[in-house]
Design a protein around this ligand. Structure first.
Ligand SMILES: [Zn+2]
Length: 258
């Protein structure tokens, strides 16, 4: 019996380009580090100093690449569980560190706040801090203790060599677009690739064991709602959260819980 052969294969690629993101979970803070493996490499959120060292051995052993092949380090936001190893990694690779330019405003505000009120909580108001504490307390599982405070913007912003603007492409990696995503922190950003439908979302979203994406608590719920409207308008097949397992699904943002 003849078998009819369709002209079009039923196995079409799901995205225009294959994904090329590796995840390494920092075994100390449980925050995720991502490695975008292109002709040159991008590290997103190096995590702790020890995790940055593990990342370099992963690079050599499994990808057969050199530390100097990394040409950019991106921080999704300035909480220390994501940034502590950034300076060590910059020294090992020579790659500049990039973060959202909203952190510059926070650093200036923190400097003004610390001059006006020495002994405050990292420049953040007390009500903001208490609200953040309550939002974190509802999280099941691990208490992300390093994530409770507003980033120390004055000190953390000294880590940054390149200030990224909303909607711009990453330097030398223009397919990766910056999405300013205030809410979890004012300077949070996401990275989106509109050709492979990959979204790295920092701590804006985390995932739980059952595979549900959860909007991470933040100081500013109205900003978070606006950020989520932007993210939910994107076609996302691969969601890479700052904490928890990545979601690989044709509708990765279909079931987001608050
Ligand atoms: Zn965070």
């Amino acid at each position: 019996m003849d078998i009819a052969i369709e002209n079009e294969s039923p196995f079409q690629p799901v995205a225009q380009r294959p994904r090329h993101v590796h995840v390494i979970t920092d075994r100390f803070s449980m925050a995720n580090t991502y490695l975008i493996n292109e002709e040159r490499l991008i590290v997103v959120d190096p995590g702790s100093v020890l995790n940055a060292q593990l990342l370099l051995s992963y690079l050599l052993r499994f990808l057969h690449r050199k530390p100097q092949d990394i040409d950019l380090i991106v921080l999704t936001h300035l909480h220390p569980d994501h940034t502590a190893g950034a300076d060590a990694l910059r020294k090992s690779t020579g790659a500049p560190v990039a973060a959202c330019n909203a952190a510059q405003h926070s650093a200036r505000a923190a400097a003004a706040g610390s001059r006006a009120d020495r002994g405050g909580i990292g420049g953040a108001g007390v009500s903001q801090f208490v609200g953040h504490m309550f939002s974190q307390a509802r999280l099941p599982g691990v208490l992300h203790h390093l994530d409770l405070f507003a980033p120390a913007y004055e000190r953390q912003s000294q880590l940054v060599d390149i200030w990224l603007e909303d909607v711009s492409g990453l330097p030398n990696h223009l397919d990766w677009r910056v999405i300013a995503s205030p809410g979890h922190t004012p300077e949070s950003l996401c990275l989106y690739n509109p050709f492979s439908y990959e979204l790295l979302c920092g701590d804006t979203l985390i995932t739980l064991d059952g595979g549900t994406a959860l909007v991470r608590g933040g100081a500013n719920r109205r900003q978070l709602q606006h950020t989520m409207q932007t993210l939910e308008s994107l076609k996302v097949y691969y969601l890479y959260p700052g904490n928890g397992r990545p979601i690989l699904s044709m509708r990765a943002l279909a079931r987001v819980e608050w």
